[in-house]
Design a protein around this ligand. Sequence first.
Ligand SMILES: [Zn+2]
Length: 144
Amino acid sequence: MPRLSSQAGGAKRRAPLKVDELVSTAVRERNRPMSAYDLVEHLASQGEKVAPQQVYRSLGRLCSEGAVRRIESLHAYCAGGEDGGAILYCERCGALRFPSVAHLADALREHAQGAGFSTSRAVIELCGLCEQCSSAPSAWEEYQ
Ligand SMILES: [Zn+2]
C-alpha cells in the first residue's frame, strides 16, 4: 500500500511518529480525559485528519512508552502522574489529579498476595467532583 494513499473519510496515512506527536500533544494540552474518538475529532478540528485505527495504534505505542496513560474506568487517555499511580477525575469538568499514593497499591498487592491472588497490575481510579466543582452550584441547583 502506498504511504500517502487516501483513507476513508479523507484521512491521509501519516508516519507513525507524526501521529504519535499529534496525539501526545493533544492529550497533554487538553489535560482532560480523551477517548480515541475525542482525539480523532479534536485532531480533525485542528485540520489533522487521522483515521481512528491510526489513533488507536498511536495510543498503544504512547501507553507502552509511558507518555500517555489509559483511564480504565472511562475508556479514555490522559497524560501525567506516575505509571500505575492513582488517578482522580472530576465527573463534572474532567479535571485530573495524580496523587502520589504508591503505598496504597503496595498495600493492595500485599493483601492480594496474602489471599493467594497473583496480581498483574493495579489500577486506582477515583471519580467525584474537584474542589472547584464541589463548591460551585450544579446546573440543577441554579435552575431551582
Ligand atoms: Zn471539576
